[in-house]
Design a binder for this molecule. Sequence first.
Ligand SMILES: [Fe+2]
Length: 480
Amino acid sequence: MTQTATQTQPWSRSLSQPATEFGPTPLKLLSGKIPTGLRGMLYRNGTGRLQRGTEAVGHWFDGDGAILQVNFTDQGASGTYRYVKTQGYLAEAEAGEYLYGNYGMRHPGPVWQHWLGLLNHTAIKNSANTSVLALSDRLLALWEAGNPHALDLETLETLGREDLGWLKDGQPFSAHPLRDPQSGEIYSIGVDSAFTLHLYRCDRDGRLLKKSAIALKDNPLVHSFVLAGPYLVFFISPVKVELLSLLLNTKAYADALQWLPERGTRVIVVDRESLTPLAENETDPWFQWHFGNGCLDPDGTIRCDLARFEDFTSTNEFLREVPTGKIQTPSYSHLWQIRLDPQTGRVISNQPVVERNCEFPVVSPADIGQPWTSTYIAMHRPGIQAGEDLFGALGRFDYATGELTEADLGENRYVTEPIYAADAEMRDRGWLLTVVYDSQADRSELWVFDAQHLSDQPVCQIALPSVVPPSFHGTWQPAI
Ligand SMILES: [Fe+2]
């Protein structure tokens, strides 16, 4: 990749204009056949617009959340795409300009307005743009620094801010809750402005069963965590925030974060029933946004995997540059596997298993917290080593064989996080769904792969009616 400094990259058109809402729209099948065992809904959340009036966002994380739904029925596939109509979105749409601070944007008003915002939880706009959680009667659009927003599962109409019956105004509920596949219980977290890590155990509908809290000292960033058998595991990377700059509104949040590798990574093992910390330890420094999975192995050790960056600064800069269409800061993460002792939190081994630039590790929802074999990833196409590009391939790493199987989508095609959908008819069979942007055709498509045969051609390719910008996270909700 050599065009970074001056030219926009091929995928930049997918982000250069606010995305258009659509649906419900019947979707055209471009190739193949929709598997008869693939029935249900795919939901994805990401930034639908990265500009307002003449102003651009400061960071990819600042864009307004928009949800893509693709519904697979016996009649075919249909799609719906809607913005999450948060209070901030509606106010800014009416004003035609940005009114709030954000992760990468300082509050645009006088400092007293910023202080007022700190008091009423509007200093940083809740963009509702990161992930989704499907409950039985509503869809939650998740954003890690505040309350979720509820949407209608069918129409994607925004129903309003969601407190689940127990969240306080502004109380964070992370974008990476984990659902135990056996009990259906939901585990989530949230880091508040006092650097307290809140832990929540909820029933399958989000009602609170148990909560606890852990002091993080001055660390504000815990994006996700691990469910491993009877444990929750946290790896707290050494990132600190300059509080004074935030308070005085002299820096945006993303600019006030500091990487302090000399502190190392803090490891905390928690009992998942009582949410009580059991062990704490330290290990070498790294940064991760995402874990693939975790489990308690028969030998009594915890095993987990993650997309590991060697520092925070490069990934933060990379993500800041994406909306400009010109990435100048290379950022690399590889898939690593960690083993640790649950009694002490001591890391026993920590090694790369896929030494290719990759992110968004996911597993089958049935494997969450359980011993598992396959971790799926988004990754660079073969031969592309540069860390300045978006991903163009999917991978499946098999821990039983140590083999990586790849789906290379071809030049000028870009993937999003893969989503695993279990087949409704055949046990142990599943499909891998990814939203693809074809920069040559300037078109978004949904591709479905056989998860066990990723290197085969996709089983079907489906056209979306208009461009859907690359999104962050999603979920699969099987038809009942
Ligand atoms: Fe994430």
